[in-house]
Write a protein that binds this ligand. Sequence first.
Ligand code: IPM
Ligand code: MG
Length: 408
Amino acid sequence: MKFLPISLVSLLVTGCSAFAPTPSFHSTQPGLNAVPRKDSYDITLLPGDGIGPEITEATKKVISSLCKRCGFEINMNEALIGGAAIDEKNDPFPDDSLEQCLNSDSVLLACIGGYKWDKNPRELRPETGLLKMRKEMGLFANLRPAKVLPQLIDASTLKREVVEGVDVMVVRELTGDVYFGTPKGIDVVDGQRVGYNNMIYSESEIERIARVAGDVASKRGGQLCSVDKANVLDVSQLWRDVVTDITTKEFPDIELSHMYVDNAAMQLIRYPKQFDTIVCGNIFGDILSDEASMLVGSLGMLPSASIGESGPGVFEPCHGSAPDIAGENKANPLAMILSAAMMLRYDLERPTEAQLLEDAVEAALDKGLRTADIKIDGDNCELVGCVEMGEAVADLVTSLDLKTPIEV
Ligand code: IPM
Ligand code: MG
């Protein structure tokens, strides 16, 4: 995935790609295309922890039936990340995993983390592996769409009239901020422990994410809300100034607004339809994207894309590893399947195939299949497990009518 390919942006036109009309794919930015379309791709799968291996299995089956139907190959090679990597290699993202990811056409990640490693020293925690991956692969832009699907409106904890029609895209900066700033640590000062991190952004870091957000917003509803805490934080004042500068100069047609993060958190549940595209720093984006995802009803439905200026992107569900239900065949594989669709569209130049995958997911929901996280009491839908949901989508990929003929 190259710097903000328009191809990726096209996903964002309508938020969650799963239920969007087929977006136009072609990049208008020369030299910024995804991997050239080919007959055989190599991707890295990172199953990670908790429910990760189950949803990866389900997604692999779906990808295999897609390839079979559409006449191309995706070689899926697994690598270690997170707790699984700690257990096997004593390193949450070993260099050979990084190497493999960098040499792939694209990367599909399930999820990481679990109670087992929660008390480890920081360098041996699964999250450290994820952060290393983001930093080393230069994935500075994280796009998290939250689009409410008609089939799942009642799965939201919010009232129907509040969430119906919601289509928000959170553009989160992913390799800076208090996540990576130094100095950081826990020291002893005057006889007591003091913990500190550094919330820091350079101008160029803000500029590049502002450009991604501007591009995304211009391909969606043309409204960009930049979230910060400029009433208190200097780093946020710089953020606000730079975002304003870039947007006014480079995206004059965009309607830019600014909101303090505390207000944004409140507005997101009060009246979410006021938002189109939100741009924010790493920590605010972490928090707000989880909040936005619950508008949709379940984190189990949301894919995401992380991209950099060059090299493969990483596509992953927004949800965590749900260790409480791991191994029980209760997980929802749809967010990972939809992440695979995003990968096909934005890294592998296979938009028609991506659409078929997305249509198959929608068709499975239309058939009334529901995993536990999206099942509502008395909804007359059929409760299925991760395996069954994966198989249903794989079957639908094989049998569904194509809206657009596959190019061979
Ligand atoms: C996310 C997660 C990660 C983050 C954790 C697991 C390190 O919450 O992707 O949102 O904080 O970025
Ligand atoms: Mg998070």
